[in-house]
Structures are given as C-alpha cells and as structure tokens.
Design a protein around this ligand. Structure first.
Ligand SMILES: Nc1ncnc2c1ncn2[C@@H]1O[C@H](COP(=O)(O)OP(=O)(O)OP(=O)(O)O)[C@@H](O)[C@H]1O
Length: 922
C-alpha cells in the first residue's frame, strides 16, 4: 500500500504522482472554512458545502460490497481510496462540514441548516440544494425517509431538512409572537420544462400523466430577475399545512425505478418558502421584513449504462445530465472568474442564478455512496462539490418595506386587476391592458413565426411526399405493363414456329441430298425446276429459321432485361415504400434523432470537457514550470538587487536606528523628569498635609486643655457662689426673724419714728446682701451665657476648621488621583511606544532591509517595494536648529494636547488652598 502525505496544496489540483491529494479551498491552505468563520468582506461569502455519505444499503451489505470512502467528521475530510496499477491511492477532500454514514438527520440539520433558517428570518434569501449521484440520499436528506407523520407533534427521526426547517420557522415565529404571513411554491423541472406541482388538477377524465402537467414559462423582468409566470402560491398558516402541500407535490414528482434506486427522482424540484414578518422600528414605524428559503432537490447525476436507463429513460438521463453539466459549467465559470457565466444555457441555472454568485446565501449538500462500484461518480461528485466551495456570493438582506408601501403596492395590484376586469366587462369580447397586450402580442408573434416555420417545413415535406408518390405510381404503372406483357407468353408460339421451321428445314435437306443423287445419274429439266423451287423454299425456310433464332435470342434478352427491370422495380418499390414510411414518420422520428443527436452531443461535450481538462492540466503544468523558472530568475535578480539595496539601506538603517534611539532616549528622559517632578510635588503636598495635621493635633490638644481648665474654673466659681448664696440665705433668714421680733415688742410712738427710721436703716442695711445676691446671680448668668457663647463659637470654629481640613484633604486626593492616573498612562504609553518603535525597527530590518536567507527552495514571488529617492532623502538628519525648533513645537502642541498645562496649574492649586486653611485656622 502506498500512502504518501503531501502538504495541503493552496489550490485544488489533482496530482497523479502524489498518493494523497488534500484539497483545500481556502487560500491559507487551512481546512477550516466553516460558515461561521468564513471571511466576509467586499469579496463576498463562500458557498457553504456539506458532504454526506450514506450507509451501505441492505443489499450492498449482504453482497459484501467493499467500502472505499472514509469520513473524518472532526477534521471535515473525506478520503476516497482508489487502486490504480496495483497501487492504492488515497484522495482527500476537505469541506465545510462532513457527515459520515452513521450521521443522523437531526445532527445534520442542527449543525448546518438551522443557522441558515435563522438567517432567513433575519431577512436573507437562502438556498439549500442537494447534489449527488442517483441513489445517494438527496431526497432522503431533503425530505426524509418517508414517514412524515408526526408523533405527538414531534417530527420522526428520519425527517429531512425541509420538514425540520418548516418546524423551526414556525417555532421561532410563535415564540416571538410575531405577526407574519407565509406562502409556498413547489415546482418541478423535467426535460427542460417547468411544471407547477401545486397547480389544481383540472381534467375530470383520466389522461396520461404527462398531459396533466402543463408546462409554464420562465420569464425575465426588466431588471433581469427570473420568475415563473403563473406559478401557484399557497398561503399557509401552520407547519401541518406545509407538510400536506409537500406530500401532494412530492406525489406528483416524476419518479421511476432504476438499477441504482427503486424510487429515483427524474426531475429537479424547488420548494420555496417566502415569509413576511412585521416589525416595529425605534420610531414606532411598522416595517415588513422579507426572507426566502429555497430548498432544491436535484435529480441524480448518473451513468446511463449503470443506472440501466433506456429509450425514454435514457433521454431523461441525457436531459438531467445536460442541466447538471450546465450547472457544472456555471460553477467553473464562477470559480475561474471567467467573463461569461452560461446561466442561460439551461433552465435550472437560470432558476438558480441568484443562488450561484448572486445575493443569496447558499449551501450545497453533496451526497455520495461509500460503495466501490460508485467510486467513479463519487469522485466526480467530490470534485464538483469541492470546486463549488470557491464560489463567492454577496448576500444582502432584503430591503425592509414599510407596511404602508406594501399596502400601497397591494392596492396598486388590486387596481390593476380591477382595471382588467372593468376593461373586460365594458368592451365587446376580451380586452386586456396595453402592456399585457404587447407582451402577449410579442409571444404570439414568436409563436406565429414558429408555426410558420413549421408550416413551411411541413409544406416542403408534403411536396416531397407528393413527388415520391408520383414516382411511385409511375413505377407501379410501368411494372404493371411489363407484367401484362410477360403474362401474354409469346415464347410458346415462337417455339412452335421454330419447330415447324426445323421440320421444314429437315425436309429441305433431304430434298437437296435426293437432288444431288438424281443429278449424278441424269436429272431432267423439270426435276431441276422443281429442285430450284424446293431450294427457294428451303432458302426461305432457312431465312425464317435465322429470324426465329434471332427472335429467340431477342426474346431471351428481353426476358433477361425484364427480370432485371422487375428486380429493379421491386427494389425501387421497396425503397419507395421505405421512403414513404420514412416521410410519414419523419416528424415523429425527428425528435428521436434530435434526442440521439443531443445525447451524442453530450457525450462529445463530456469527452471534450475531459480533453479540455487534460489540456488544462498539461497547460497548468507548463505554466507551473514557466512560473517556477520565472520565479527562479526573478529570485536571482531579486537577490542581487536586494543585496545592493540592503547595503544601501544598512547605513541609512543604522542612522535611522540611531535617530529612533535618541528620540526614544529623550522621550524617556523627559518622562523620567516629569515623573520625578510630579513625585516631588506629591511629596511636598504630603509633607504639607502631615505638618497641617500635626499643627492641628497640637491646636486641638491646647483647645481641649483650655476648655477643661475653663470648665473646672467655672465649676469651682459656681460651687463657691452657691456656698456664698446658701450662707447669705441663712443670714437673711436670721435677720428677718430678728426684725419681726423687734417690731412686736418695742413699738413706741416717740421711738416709732426713730425706731422705724432705725428699722428702715437697719432694713436698708439688711437689704444690702439681697442686692448683692441679685447682682451676683446676674453676673453669674451673664458669665455663663458668655461662656456658652464662647463655647459655641469655639465649637463652630473647630467644625469649620475640620471642614476646611477635610476639603483640603479631598482636594489633595482629587489632585493626586488624576496625577497618578496620568503618570501611569504616560508610563504605559511610553512603554508601548518604545515597544512599538523597537518592534517596527525590528520588522523593518527583517522584512524590508535584510537580505533573504538561503532556504534551498524557491522564494515566494513578491512585489519588490523599492524605496523612493525622496524617502531616502528624508532619512537625512535635519539641521540642529531645525530639529530643536520642531522638537519645541511638537512639545508645545503635545503639552496642549495632553492638557499638561492644566495639570500643572492644578498642581499649584493645593498650595493656595492650604494657605486658606492655614488662615482660617489661625
Ligand atoms: N443517510 C442515509 N441513511 C439511511 N438511508 C439512506 C440514507 N441516504 C439514503 N438512504 C436510502 O437510500 C435510498 C436512496 O435514497 P434517495 O431516494 O434519497 O436517493 P436520491 O439521491 O434522491 O436518488 P435519485 O437521484 O435517484 O432520486 C433510499 O431508500 C433511502 O432511504
């Protein structure tokens, strides 16, 4: 077994020499081209290609059919094993997704199709089509294994892509509680004729199947979009309705038993779902989003001899292969970016135009069989699908329509229809609008021309037929006449005549011999006379005999020519009959001949394409050789040039490096200076802060001490005063009682005046402590009030100083944080700039100025980017003054740009604030 591994080739190319031909579509040579990782850009999105290999059928398993396909789902690769000249050759193909024989319908749908369905609901047009040899599972993948009945609303495990997509669409729309409308179409393309699988069945009596299917026309609108005229669109409201429609349409599809598939689809089918979803814009406007999903089940590509197709089936197969061949040519043209893409060569490619190289998102499911007997077709499918991977589409979301615009459109449509109805009612006979009339007239004209051509053809054939008939009649007449003549039989009379003549001749001979005898023995004159007479008779009879003889030969010749004529006539008549029959059946057989012609054309075309491929591969090889030589030559020249350039650039590079290093050094230095300056500022601010704190602590301590002293002094004063007060009260009481006593016992008139006066004097003296007491109490209360006021003032001043201090702290913090941030940013920026500059310098050195190192292989072809004279001139170091000036300018602008000045002024702020605080504290 020979198994060689080649590195992934950048372009898919089959190399007979290599044992393993890994095909990969992406330009990096990698194999990961999953739709999610597809590069989207101006160039578009690659068509997604999925490969599915079916399991061996029961018969194949029973007959121990060898398996030649192995699928690596993880690596997304398929390998086909081929034996050529007793050597095993593995060919490996990479795809976007690979599903092996044991893969489930659910897995295929969830992994590959479900995201596409979501995109349809986002407003894209998407197409999924199945391509592959007959009997490889296209219909199984698209529609399912046949059991479409749902169990408790669940889909059966073998349900295919179509029912699952339908279910997903309805599930999502219902979950979103969306307002939507949905319509479906289902068409079949058979022998280049389109029929509507949803068209109502009109005929009431049984007619052959082919007659019930009316072909419908494929039209192009003014913008080049293709549409099928009169295609039935069914509005649907549930998944169940779609399943019914699918069943109805599928049952109408043309299927037949082939050697490769018991129920082989003989036509291409396209099932389309169009969804209109209502959505609200931010402004509250109602918009209609439109998405379309096309699900295409292609008829099987097949080898006519292996599929056992004959007569009608062979023609079918020829047509199928023809449309698939055009599909292949379209794919090739798209991949090779050739100017002309032959979309118009078949109806299938016209219908799929937007899905191949258009604005639609497309996914191809290529199906293959693992059997060794299908290897040839499998390789062809793999090639086909692999090539299709390189088609790029440019998907666009369908323009959302304002609901009002859509309603307007519908009104317009209704108006148009109303006009038609009105026109038809008002006029005598049938009346249609001008455009329709012109269109139909054009169609009619084309039809008339076609009919005329056919009429002329028919006339010519009729003429030919009449001529042939005339000729035939003339020949018939001639042959009848000759027959009549032959029937009369003159032969017998002639023979009789001949016999008579012979007898006479015999007699005459006897007479002559008698005469001779007589003459010798003396014959008389009379005898002589008689003899002369007899001789005359004899002479006559001899003459007649000669004539008879001549007549006999003439007769024989006539006979001979007659038989020849008869033969010729019979032959001619036969030919005429054949010609007549041919002429009668000419119109019927012409289609057969055409079919044969097309078939042979197909064969020739496929031969030609294979020859073309061969030629292409040879040319490719030659081109490769040329390219190689050219690259070698270019590499040498490049090397020499690069050496020179490298020398030239080495010095300038060193200078540049020096320049860069100096610039970086100065930048670093300025950064360090700025950092140290900032740090100094921060430390000054911190010192100031700590000194303020210290002072504040001392002040607080002193204030507290004073307060405590004051409070204790007040307390002692208060207690002293209270004691004095108590003492005064006691004395006052005692004084009062004494006065009362005296008033009672010594009241005399002469003494009364003195006594009263004395009493009043005494009383006045006794009133002195009361006044003192009131004075004292008022002094105490005023002192207390003063103390309270002082306390309050002190407390408020403490509060305000605390607040000021807090504010000052906060200010310092707010100044410090941005300063720190700025510092960090500045540092980071500097570092990243330094790294960037170093990297760029390194890259520049490596990529542009270093001479290629010898790698013993042809260097990659590339464009040499020669530096211009100006750029070299720019490398010169400018004048010192100029440099200084530009540096200062740049520094100034840089300062402004970075808000440097602002920071600086902000940095000054704390000082003035701290002064304020100091003032307030003092
Ligand atoms: N992945 C699969 N798993 C199980 N059975 C499969 C699978 N693929 C195909 N089959 C079976 O193979 C048979 C042929 O499949 P199907 O009719 O889908 O082929 P086809 O490619 O559509 O053929 P045609 O082009 O002739 O219509 C069916 O009986 C189907 O059930």
């Amino acid at each position: 077994m020979e198994k060689r591994n080649c590195p992934p080739s950048p372009s898919p190319r089959s190399t007979e020499k290599s044992g393993r031909d890994l095909r990969s579509g992406d330009s990096n040579g990698g194999t990961n081209t999953n739709s999610n990782t597809i590069t989207r850009g101006e160039k578009g999105v690659n068509v997604q290609v999925i490969l599915r290999c079916r399991p061996l059928s029961d018969e194949e398993t029973k007959s121990n059919t060898p398996v030649v396909i192995s699928c690596n789902e993880r690596r997304r690769e398929v390998a086909a094993t081929q034996i050529i000249a007793n050597k095993q050759i593995d060919r490996t193909f990479a795809f976007d997704k690979v599903f092996g024989p044991s893969s489930k319908q659910k897995d295929l749908f969830e992994q590959s199709i479900s995201p596409i369905v979501n995109e349809v609901l986002e407003g894209y047009n998407c197409t999924i089509f199945a391509y592959g040899q007959t009997g490889t599972g296209k219909t199984y993948t698209m529609e399912g294994g046949g059991t479409r009945k749902t169990k408790n609303g669940e889909l059966p495990t073998d349900a295919g892509v179509i029912p699952r997509a339908v279910r997903q669409i309805f599930d999502i729309l219902e979950a979103q509680c969306a307002e939507y409308s949905m319509k479906v179409t289902f068409l079949e393309l058979y022998n280049e004729e389109i029929t509507d699988l949803l068209a109502p069945e009109e005929p009431k009596f049984p007619v052959p199947e082919d007659k019930t299917k009316k072909p419908i026309a494929l039209m192009e609108d003014g913008k080049g979009f293709v549409f099928v005229r009169g295609l039935e669109e069914e509005i649907v409201y549930s998944a169940g309705e779609i399943y019914k429609i699918l069943d109805k349409g599928s049952a109408k599809r043309r299927t037949a038993e082939t050697l490769l598939n018991k129920q082989s689809s003989r036509s291409h089918s396209i099932f389309s779902i169009t969804i209109h979803i209502k959505e609200l814009t931010h402004e509250g406007e109602e918009m209609i989003k439109i998405g379309k999903l096309n699900l295409v089940d292609l008829a099987g590509s097949e080898n006519i001899s292996r599929s056992g197709a004959r007569d009608g089936r062979a023609r079918e197969a020829g047509e199928i292969n023809k449309s698939l061949l055009t599909l292949g040519r379209v794919i090739n043209a798209l991949v090779e970016h050739s100017g002309h893409v032959p979309y118009r060569d078949s109806k299938l490619t016209r219908l799929l135009r937007d899905s191949l190289g258009g604005k639609t998102k497309t996914c191809i499911i290529a199906t293959i069989s693992p059997s060794v007997y299908c290897l040839e077709e499998t390789l062809s499918t793999l090639d086909y699908a692999h090539r299709a991977k390189n088609i790029k589409n440019k998907p666009e979301v369908n323009q959302r329509m304002m609901k009002s615009a859509m309603i307007k459109d519908l009104y317009y449509e209704i108006d148009r229809l109303k006009q038609e109805v009105f026109a038809a009612r008002e006029k005598n006979g049938i009346y249609i609008p001008r455009e329709r009339y012109l269109q139909e007239e054009a169609e009619k004209k084309a039809m008339t021309e076609k009919i005329e051509r056919l009429g002329v053809d028919l006339e010519a054939r009729d003429k030919q037929l009449v001529e042939l008939k005339e000729l035939y009649d003339a020949e018939q007449l001639l042959s009848a006449e000759l027959g009549e003549k032959t029937r009369q039989d003159p032969e017998k009379s002639l023979v009789d005549c001949a016999y008579n003549l012979r007898a006479e001749l015999e007699n005459a001979a006897a007479d002559v011999s008698g005469l001779f005898c007589k003459n010798r023995f003396g014959i008389s004159a009379q005898g002589l006379k008689e003899s002369v007479q007899k001789l005359k008779i004899l002479h006559g009879s001899v003459f007649w005999r000669n004539r008879v003889r001549k007549q006999i030969t003439c007769y024989n010749e006539l006979q001979c020519s007659l038989s020849k004529q008869e033969e010729r006539l019979a032959h001619f008549a036969k030919k005429q009959r054949e010609g007549h029959l041919r002429a009668v059946e000419a119109s019927r057989s012409i289609s057969k001949i055409t079919a044969g012609f097309f078939h042979s054309l197909d064969i020739h075309a496929s031969k030609l394409s294979s020859i073309l491929e061969e030629t292409q591969s040879v040319q490719n090889q030659q081109l490769l050789d040329l390219e190689k030589k050219f690259e070698e030559c270019a590499a040498n020249e490049e090397k020499q040039l690069l050496e020179k350039v490298a020398e030239m650039l080495a010095s300038s590079n060193a200078r540049k490096k020096q320049l860069v290093q100096t610039a970086v050094g100065s930048l670093r230095e300025s950064a360090v200076n700025r950092t140290s300056h900032l740090q100094k500022e921060i430390s000054t601010a911190q010192d100031f802060n700590s000194s303020v704190r210290e002072k504040w602590g001392v002040y607080m301590e002193e204030t507290e001490k004073n307060y405590i002293e004051d409070t204790t002094a007040i307390d002692t004063g208060r207690s002293c005063l209270a004691e004095v007060l108590v003492e005064c009260k006691g004395k006052d009481k005692h004084g009062c009682t004494t006065v009362e006593e005296r008033r009672g016992f010594t009241f005399q008139p002469w003494q009364r005046k003195h006594g009263i006066c004395g009493f009043y004097r005494q009383d006045r003296n006794r009133n002195q402590p009361i006044a003192a007491r009131s004075k004292l109490s008022s002094a105490v209360s005023s002192t207390l009030e003063n103390i309270d006021v002082a306390n309050k003032a002190l407390l408020s001043s403490i509060d305000s100083s605390l607040k000021l201090d807090h504010d000052a702290c906060a200010n310092i913090g707010s100044i410090l944080t941005p300063c720190h941030e700025e510092m960090r940013e500045l540092k980071g920026e500097h570092q990243s700039k330094v790294v960037e500059i170093t990297e760029n310098a390194g890259k520049c050195l490596e990529e542009e100025y270093l001479v290629d190192e010898p790698s013993c292989s042809t260097p990659r072809r590339r464009q040499i980017d020669l530096p211009s004279v100006e750029s070299i001139e720019e490398l010169r170091t400018p004048d010192y003054d100029e440099l200084l000036k530009s540096f200062q300018e740049s520094r100034g602008s840089w300062k402004q740009a970075n808000g440097d000045m602002r920071h600086f002024s902000q940095a000054q702020e704390p000082t003035s604030r701290s002064l304020e605080i100091q003032e307030s504290l003092s």
